[in-house]
Design a protein around this ligand. Structure first.
Ligand code: FAD
Length: 456
């Protein structure tokens, strides 16, 4: 690292580009010219797809992420509810280097960009120059300014947040087990009745019935509740009415109660207050109600829409900035794609192909999103799936068959054979064995009981 790396710099101040610090100076042995530099910010679904699409391209890629791993968010709720280990749903980004030599992984955070000089500044004050920039930094939890939500509700956007939910689940259960009060238990309120809210509530119900109720005889049955609060009149808006009805029936059969038609006005330490004035007791509030872009995106010199997402064309190039792309949840294109894994993956692949097209002087292609369908799991052999067929028809399935499709799709979408095997084992243990109906959950961390240190 050069000395200048330790000197703070200010926006726009010229400073030598320090790519060599990241070991990027000799990308391919014997190549006469330094290869074009593609900088990808964010190693999520979209960023990984960009890197993969450029595997054989004559470029050097720097993948920058503030975490050292990629997170498979669709299964985070399994970590939060003791069904999977955190490592099962995360992938070590530097592991990419084992297969792809033209990528360099940097553990850093994008702070600002100077698009005229074609460089970005990282939190360590390094400026990194780019020939092509791809912003795939995703989004984060949106509390919609709800009083108390940030302080008392538990979001589930990262691996550490999922583990925090799991730890708190067990901390509160142990507390309730020690309490002498009969009504002391665990009341979980899940805010948001979309696929994530339904999945987390379903998994909690499964956990309660299959594992925790027998493990905690001290806790009175009624004192362990799971509720979903949803502003709209129905859960799972994105699904067909018959699938929504099936999901609502299955949730109720599993003891999950639905509070529909009122939003959350405030979250308190031990309650959720609804917009209709009702107060629901909550020992644990899980927030799965919405997302928005990170606040810092406004420092990146990119055009944003009213919601803060980066405005791109259908070729995913940022408006007014040739050679700069954005894809995934953070980007908004004229076609208005949903903020889901598939549009992010397909978008990342198109960005990779468009960078190759620019290198070869070919016209850029537009993202033609192929919506393969959507699915959600409620619990053991209960899921819903809507699979889009060629010709505009949709196949709608429920129960065990939908669960098997869900299992297959999720296992195949994970990165790396190790994660596929461990996740398959975890999910089959949790849901799959007819003769093993009471799987022991993966326990969270509860503070150790120790005698006080002498003198304290
Ligand atoms: C709990 C949950 C469940 C979900 N379930 C489903 C589902 O079942 N099906 C589905 O299709 N979609 C689901 N989604 C949505 C899906 O996960 C997202 O649409 C997808 O992750 C978007 O991909 P992305 O690449 O845009 O962003 P992400 O995958 O979020 O990746 C963004 C990356 O950027 C990095 N980053 C952020 N800021 C910076 C910075 N300043 N500098 C450097 N790096 C940065 C982050 O660390 C992260 O690795 C779910 C999301 C959540 C939270």
């Amino acid at each position: 690292m050069t000395d200048s790396a330790h000197t703070p710099v200010h926006a726009g101040e010229a400073r030598p580009v320090e790519d060599e610090d990241y070991g990027l100076e000799t990308p391919l042995a014997g190549h006469p010219e330094p290869l074009p530099h593609v900088v990808v910010v964010g190693g999520g679904f979209a960023g990984m797809a960009v890197v993969k699409a450029l595997q054989d391209a004559p470029v050097r890629i720097t993948l920058i992420d503030r975490r050292v791993y990629n997170t498979f968010q669709p299964l985070l709720y399994q970590v939060a509810t003791g069904g999977l280990n955190p490592g099962d749903v995360t992938y070590f980004l530097r592991g990419l280097r084992l297969k792809q030599k033209n990528v360099h992984v940097v553990h850093e955070h994008l702070v600002e960009a100077d698009h005229q000089a074609k460089k970005i500044r990282l939190l360590n004050d390094h400026w990194v120059s780019y020939d092509y920039l791809v912003v795939t930094a995703g989004v984060t939890t949106n509390f919609f300014g709800t009083p108390g939500a940030k302080e008392y509700a538990f979001p589930m956007y990262s691996r550490s947040q999922a583990m925090r939910i799991r730890d708190n689940l067990f901390i509160r259960l142990e507390k309730a087990a020690k309490s002498k009060r009969l009504d002391d238990g665990l009341r979980v309120v899940v805010v948001g009745g979309g696929a994530t809210g339904v999945e987390v509530a379903g998994a909690l119900a499964e956990l309660r019935t299959a594992g925790l109720a027998p493990a905690y005889p001290e806790i009175h049955g009624d004192a362990f509740e799971v509720k979903i609060v949803q502003r709209g009149g129905e859960i799972l808006k994105a699904f067909a009415p018959q699938l929504r009805a099936y999901a609502a029936k299955e949730l109720s059969r599993r003891g999950v109660s639905l509070h529909l038609g009122a939003g959350v006005a405030a979250v308190e330490r031990d309650a959720v207050v609804l917009t209709d004035g009702k107060r629901i007791h909550a020992d644990l509030t899980v927030w799965s109600a919405g997302v928005h872009p990170h606040e810092e995106v406004s420092d990146w010199g990119l055009p944003q829409d009213k919601g803060g997402r980066i405005k791109v064309g259908d070729d995913l190039q940022v408006e007014g900035l040739p050679g700069v792309f954005a894809a995934g949840d953070i980007a908004v294109s004229p076609s208005g794609l949903p903020q889901l894994a598939q549009p992010a993956i397909q978008g990342g692949t198109v960005v990779g192909r468009n960078i190759k097209a620019l290198l070869e002087g070919r016209p850029l292609e537009e993202l033609r999103y192929v919506d393969k369908g959507t699915m959600a799991v409620i619990g053991r052999r209960a899921a819903i799936a809507e699979i889009n067929l060629p010709g505009g028809k949709a196949l709608r399935i429920t129960k065990g068959l939908a669960w098997l499709v869900w299992l297959f799709v999720h296992i195949m979408s994970l990165i790396g054979p190790r994660n596929r095997v461990t996740t398959l084992a975890g999910l089959v243990t949790r849901y799959g064995f007819p003769f093993h109906r009471r799987p022991i959950p993966i326990v969270g961390d509860v503070p150790t009981v120790r005698p006080p240190k002498p003198g304290t």
